[in-house]
Write a protein that binds this ligand. Structure first.
Ligand code: HEC
Ligand code: HEC
Ligand code: HEC
Ligand code: HEC
Ligand code: HEC
Length: 188
């Protein structure tokens, strides 16, 4: 095994021959060495998802790079949510270490067996009259820039919207980066 195969999840991915680009990790803080057991999701920020999928476990503790799952972020204007096939690369083998993990992972396996992908609730969404080329932002700001617009996702048990996504917020960063503020850049 290579150095990258040290951590549990990365190790599984390595042993399955899945390539994780080392430079793709987006992690502004030190990844947590352990994550809390959460029994009650009622108090968490963000909408409750059909499966309790934890970014603090996957992207934080197990350090799976953002782009391993959101691979189209750097190539498409629609970043996209990973398919169940990506999940099953690991969850055919990983069943979970706590009761709640096992119960949630069972939902993933059942969804896969039934060919019924979970209907994830969309969190970040601009109104249709605003244009946002996701890919161009990543190209220019870098693959580690996710936190600038999404907050520190690797520490979130459940994703929530951490920035306003309002016009003034867009324009502030454009001014700092000498990007055009012409109305038609963002509005059709
Ligand atoms: C193991 C796969 C996986 C990894 C690794 C991963 N994500 Fe996700 N991500 C998902 C899934 C599944 C969802 C949909 C469910 C949810 O919202 O929690 C999602 C949702 C999101 C959303 C919300 C999308 C929306 O609806 O607006 C953002 C933002 C996001 N991820 C950013 C990140 C960032 C940043 C990282 C790295 C720090 C990361 N993700 C790592 C699988 C992953
Ligand atoms: C590279 C390997 C890997 C991939 C890919 C992966 N997982 Fe996981 N997942 C893990 C590991 C490791 C754990 C922690 C298991 C434990 O110790 O309980 C875990 C835990 C979970 C859990 C229970 C705890 C939590 O995070 O909520 C769920 C649910 C889960 N994964 C769903 C998914 C879904 C859905 C996808 C695809 C979008 C996915 N996983 C992709 C490795 C992976
Ligand atoms: C400059 C700000 C910015 C950066 C940097 C950024 N995003 Fe986004 N992201 C957004 C906005 C705005 C949306 C909503 C887009 C829309 O509704 O058209 C979004 C949407 C998403 C979604 C949901 C897409 C869907 O189809 O449901 C995911 C997943 C996501 N981003 C992941 C990432 C990841 C991973 C990174 C880092 C590699 C990243 N983003 C970097 C601003 C950003
Ligand atoms: C963190 C900084 C940052 C934020 C926040 C941000 N942008 Fe940008 N944006 C950039 C940079 C840098 C570029 C230049 C990319 C390039 O050179 O290709 C850019 C380019 C663009 C472009 C293409 C401009 C052109 O000349 O064609 C559009 C459209 C755009 N942004 C829309 C938005 C919208 C809409 C929002 C808010 C929802 C937003 N941006 C938020 C940094 C940001
Ligand atoms: C950098 C991208 C960007 C530029 C440049 C931009 N806008 Fe916007 N605008 C947005 C986004 C994103 C929204 C939706 C979020 C919001 O309502 O703030 C929006 C919303 C709006 C709205 C609707 C506000 C509401 O309350 O519903 C109007 C009107 C508008 N913009 C006009 C303009 C005009 C006029 C210009 C040129 C002077 C301009 N915009 C330049 C990104 C931009």
């Amino acid at each position: 095994m290579t150095k990258r195969c040290g951590r549990l999840a990365a190790g599984i991915a390595c042993s399955l021959g899945l390539a994780i680009p080392a430079a793709a990790q987006t992690n502004p803080t030190q990844p947590p060495a352990s994550v809390p057991v959460i029994r009650d999701t009622g108090d968490l920020a963000g909408p409750r998802q059909p499966i309790f999928f934890r970014h603090d476990v996957h992207a934080g503790k197990d350090q799976i790079p953002c782009l391993y799952c959101h691979s189209s972020v750097a190539v498409s204007s629609e970043p996209g949510i990973p398919s169940l096939q990506t999940c099953m690369g690991c969850h055919q083998i990983i069943g979970g270490s706590t009761d709640s993990h096992r119960a949630e992972i069972q939902k993933v396996r059942t969804a896969w067996a039934d060919r019924k992908p979970p209907e994830w609730i969309r969190i970040h969404a601009l109104p249709g009259f605003a244009r946002f080329p996701h890919m161009r932002h990543i190209k220019r700001l870098g693959e580690k820039s996710c936190f600038r617009c999404h907050g520190d996702v690797a520490t979130m048990p459940q994703v929530y919207q951490a920035t306003t996504l309002k016009m003034g917020w867009c324009i502030r960063c454009h001014v700092q980066n000498n990007v055009s503020r012409d109305c038609l850049v963002c509005h059709y």
